[in-house]
Design a protein around this ligand. Structure first.
Ligand SMILES: [Zn+2]
Length: 530
């Protein structure tokens, strides 16, 4: 019965395999390698949004789209869509934090000053109240802030979101500071201290956060007001908590046991943040591959982020953050998937290819597109996003990262069966990937979305590739060494691109439009956050 249902939503593997033959043979490892070599070259200077290297990358992708015969789908019938951003940089000399009248603490050394999207001068003086993770999740019957008077208070929350009983996706969604802040702002809270937790620091350590944030924080030019999120490392956290006779480790222990309670910390703090702001314009690049059926309206959106971190602090003498894996490989695979889909003689739906800017700086390009869509958003039936691929080992399994929330899962299953891949649960749910790339902005606007990912299974069914991933993550992720001087397996990259092409073609050719599952967490989350 289940198999029958699945075939109604997606094609059978045999049928999909038959249809996909032209596209599958159009995907070549050499072509993927060539795109990555261009995009990750030092000449592109790390493709930071708003900088010259990103503009060159935009032209490259637009030229490739044009050569593939796509139609421009940006602003005013061009390939590009302008995305307006603002870079806000804290002035350490004029910014400070003091607790209970203590001497001023130093930004970027004692704490991370955060950024205010809409004001260049912030001066907040208020009492502190600890509110657990600061999460209010009505659809899960969970509220860290129940009964707390937040009016005029600075909230002190644990970075991230609760573990059990939150399912991994809910945990991911509620790590988003904006999602946490919304309900607290409505109750009059005026500031945010975020206690940095070992779990989150494992993803990005304090010194690396400092290195990135010193260069400024980039916000959307349309950002809604929200106070700066002060990042508090453990030493300072213990000082904040001392008067209430507790400590960060005690709170983390209570969190583990689901026993967090709000605490009036009995101290006041003063936050002064003076920053300079600079307007930045960068671009998304958009191309449409029209359906072959006349009058077809529905669109499948395939996206990958084009930007990376640009030029920054030298590591081992190298200042260029090339972003070869992150995310030249995603763009390269998207371009070859576009070639494959363009080779197909029949397409029931149109495909939109979207190289987005501003991902590394806060998912800005995809947020901008979903707020200012250049095609009707309601016609977009699904988003498949390509980010953080692992072109270092032959894929043997797939992690769904969002597909399991909707009937996209059926398409993934058929494409996986055809590609000889098994389906694995997320081996690193603590990384909260679903909310950390561009598919999240589509999902938040109700579009079924996924960022499929290579699992760790090796040839013998073991998890040998996990060691490769973890090593890459600690030594190359967001470092200048994510460059062309690392081992790539271009055949593995092509195998993954063929699999993603099969998923895309399955959605393009299916009778039914993908839909969220009714009993799914994200469906309920969307309903309770309208
Ligand atoms: Zn990245």
């Amino acid at each position: 019965m289940l198999a029958l249902l699945a075939t109604l939503i997606a094609l059978s593997p045999a049928e999909l395999g038959r249809k996909a033959a032209p596209g599958l043979s159009a995907i070549r490892p050499e072509a993927i390698a060539a795109h990555v070599r261009f995009l990750a070259d030092d000449l592109l200077e790390g493709r930071r949004s708003g900088e010259r290297g990103h503009s060159i990358a935009e032209r490259y992708v637009a030229a490739q789209f044009e050569a593939l015969g796509l139609r421009p789908a940006g602003d005013r019938q061009g390939w590009l869509q302008a995305v307006r951003l603002r870079e806000v940089r804290a002035d350490p000399a004029r910014s400070s934090l003091s607790i209970a009248g203590s001497p001023a603490l130093r930004p970027f050394e004692d704490y991370l000053p955060g950024a205010d999207a809409t004001r260049t001068e912030v001066d907040i003086e208020a009492p502190l109240v600890f509110v657990g993770y600061g999460v209010r999740a009505p659809e899960l019957g969970y509220d860290d802030t129940a009964g707390v008077d937040l009016a005029g208070k600075i909230v002190v929350w644990l970075q991230g979101a609760p573990g059990s009983p939150f399912p991994p996706l809910a945990k991911a969604v509620y790590t988003d500071n904006g999602v946490k802040w919304g309900p607290l702002a409505q109750r009059g809270a005026v500031g945010i201290f975020s206690l940095l937790t070992p779990e989150r620091l494992q993803i990005l350590p304090f010194d690396r956060r400092v290195r990135t944030e010193r260069h400024g924080t980039v916000v959307s030019a349309e950002a809604t007001p929200m106070p700066p999120v002060m990042g508090v490392p453990s030493q300072l956290a213990d000082a904040l908590l001392a008067k209430a006779n507790t400590s960060l480790s005690e709170l983390l222990d209570l969190a583990q046991r689901g026993k967090l309670r709000p605490i009036d910390l009995g101290v006041r703090a003063r936050v002064r943040l003076v920053s300079t702001a600079r307007e930045i314009i960068s671009h998304n690049v958009l191309g449409l591959l029209p359906a072959t059926e006349p009058g077809a309206k529905e669109i499948v959106a395939i996206s990958a982020h084009l930007d990376h971190l640009g030029i920054g602090d030298r590591v081992d003498g190298d200042p260029i953050y090339n972003g070869a894996v992150d995310n030249a490989t995603g763009i390269a695979e998207m371009l070859e998937i576009a070639r494959a889909l363009a080779t197909q003689p029949h397409r029931k739906r149109t495909v939109l290819f979207l190289a987005v800017t501003g991902e590394e700086l806060g998912l800005h390009g995809s947020a901008w597109f979903t707020r200012h869509p250049t095609v009707p958003l309601e016609d977009i039936v699904a988003n498949l996003n390509l980010d953080q691929l692992s072109p270092m080992w032959t894929p043997h399994d797939v992690v769904q990262r969002g597909a399991e929330q909707s009937t996209l899962e059926d398409h993934v299953r058929v494409a996986a069966a055809l590609s000889g891949l098994s389906i694995s649960p997320d081996p690193v749910p603590e990384q909260t990937f679903f909310v950390r790339s561009d598919q999240y902005n589509f999902a938040r606007r109700g579009v079924p979305a996924a960022c499929l990912w290579q699992g760790f299974r090796d040839e013998g069914g073991g998890g040998a590739n996990e060691a490769i991933f973890r090593k890459w993550r600690t030594t190359r992720y967001h470092q200048p060494s994510d460059d062309l001087e690392q081992p790539f397996d271009w055949s593995a990259a092509a195998a993954w691109a063929r699999f993603e092409f099969l998923v895309a073609l399955s959605v393009v050719e299916a009778d039914a439009r993908p839909a969220w599952k009714a009993d799914d967490f994200f469906t309920k989350f969307l309903a309770s956050h309208r």
